[in-house]
Design a protein around this ligand. Structure first.
Ligand code: ADP
Ligand code: MG
Length: 454
């Protein structure tokens, strides 16, 4: 009850201060400093608080790490709010600089269609995994409702670009024809709107809002599963739009024919259009996506880092981006350079454990032996000859780097040496890498060989 009062007397700025305070109690200080301090609340729209953030990486980092905390803080400040939405600084700055009236029109514009402007066809990287989907999307954007691709259903696994492509279709259609009414919504939001309209006796307004769309974009229709009354509503909305030749685009986690918990009359309607899938991308596409994202966000990363990440994170583009964010965050929070060790650590964390499960100390020694033409026996033996002991130190260094084996574990393998010897070896090689180009090259080459994908 108190909350209700607070809502009325408070504007969104105060509300954000409240949310910030609640977060401060539940999250560590470094998280607040790094992620919430730079955020600004710029308004409330459609039951969502609008938060301005410096770049796209912010949105994704917060979504993947602090979503629960943020939502619960927002809702405990104002029970009527359903969530939050991000706006990237450049856009917000433009809003701020313009006059109040303009601010309002622009804000309504954002409110009107909820499209994420960052998701365009131009920055949707095409590969054999998604070209059919992208081409279908392009045709739909050019001539909405006018070909047989109605509805267009984009389906496939998590993080493969369905939402991106769907918003891109909306953005492209509006660019071509700014007068179009594009309505974009997640199936959860559709359900929530419907339930609220029932509660407030406003089902007619609800129906009108959706039925006035020239293009209706609905994300993740699998969440209609089991919601009979919402499906019923959606069925009617669908029919009205379809009959009027309006375009409908949906995304789903599976081929419609395989979806469970959706009424068969809905599924059969869906099958009258076109279903296209998105698959996991291959290495080149993964690299291209990361390069694009880095550029988009003004982040400069060595090609090596990008390729390394793309080689190891394979099935989900969101994870791919998440890994880059984590690398950036770790480097900035710990004030460390983005070096090979840092990147390896982050990738290892992400894929849970070892990078190459079958690499063994024997293999590393064998490869070093071939490379430096020093026998394996000598490498693990006792000789103190310069080249041999250097080869041994190098092997120890690589064992640590590639397999992450404990110092004493490595010592044991190399003829029962103790952990201080191993530590000394690692330190020596690390220093030599800095000063000696030949060693640097050797380490670089061997590292690369062992960093092949799992
Ligand atoms: P889904 O909806 O399939 O779970 P998203 O559309 O949310 O996946 O994509 C996850 C992230 O990956 C987004 O940041 C998106 O921009 C990015 N992404 C996915 N596919 C591509 C692509 N082909 N080109 C560029 N970015 C992509
Ligand atoms: Mg999605």
């Amino acid at each position: 009850m108190d909350n209700l009062w607070i809502t009325y007397i408070m504007n969104y700025k105060n509300m954000w201060e409240g949310v910030f305070e609640i977060l401060g109690d539940s999250l560590p200080k470094h998280a607040i400093d790094a992620w919430f301090e730079p955020m600004k609340s710029i308004g409330v729209s459609d039951g969502e608080i609008l938060l301005e953030v410096p770049n796209q990486f912010f949105c994704e980092w917060i979504d993947s790490h602090y979503k629960k905390e943020l939502l619960s803080a927002i809702q405990s400040m104002d029970g009527d709010l359903v969530g939050y939405r991000f706006s990237i600084s450049a856009v917000s700055k433009e809003l701020e600089e313009s006059s109040l009236v303009q601010q309002k029109t622009k804000a309504t514009h954002i409110h009107q269609n909820n499209l994420n402007r960052q998701y365009t066809l131009e920055n949707f990287i095409e590969g054999s995994n998604n070209e059919f989907a992208k081409n279908a999307g392009q045709s739909v954007a050019e001539e909405p409702g006018e070909n047989n691709f109605n509805p267009l259903i984009i389906y496939g696994g998590v993080g493969l670009g369905k939402t991106h492509l769907m918003h891109a279709i909306g953005n492209a259609a509006i660019k071509k024809n700014p007068g179009l009414n594009v309505v974009v919504v997640t199936s959860e939001k559709f359900t929530l709107d419907f339930v609220n309209s029932l509660r407030k006796n406003k089902t007619i307004e609800f129906a009108q809002q959706y039925r006035s769309a020239d293009i209706l974009l609905i994300d993740d229709i699998q969440f209609f599963r089991g919601k009979e009354q919402t499906q019923e509503q959606f069925f009617h909305t669908f029919n009205v739009l379809h009959q009027a030749g309006k375009q409908i685009v949906m995304t789903a986690d599976k081929y419609p024919g395989e979806m469970k918990g959706l009424q068969s009359r809905l599924l059969s309607r869906f099958q009258s259009g076109l279903s296209v899938d998105v698959q996991p991308p291959n290495l080149e596409v993964r690299v291209a996506i990361l390069l694009e994202k880095a550029e988009q966000n003004g982040v400069s990363l060595d090609y090596d880092v990008i390729e390394f990440v793309a080689r190891h994170i394979k099935n989900n583009i969101r994870d791919l981006e998440g890994t880059i964010i984590r690398i950036l965050a770790k480097s900035s929070l710990l004030n460390k350079e983005i070096d090979h060790a840092l990147v390896r650590d982050v990738v290892r964390e992400r894929i849970g454990g070892q990078l190459k499960t079958d690499t063994t100390a024997e293999e590393i020694v064998k490869r070093v032996s071939e490379f430096l033409t020093i026998s394996e026996k000598e490498i693990v033996g006792k000789s103190r000859k310069m080249e041999i002991s250097e080869a041994r130190q190098l092997s120890m260094f690589l064992c640590r780097e590639i397999m992450g084996t404990s110092l004493s574990g490595i010592g044991l393998f190399f003829g029962g040496r103790d952990h201080t010897t191993v530590m000394h070896a690692i330190k020596t090689i690390s220093e030599k890498i800095e000063k000696n180009n030949k060693i640097k090259k050797t380490v670089g080459t061997l590292r690369k060989e062992f960093d092949q994908p799992i």
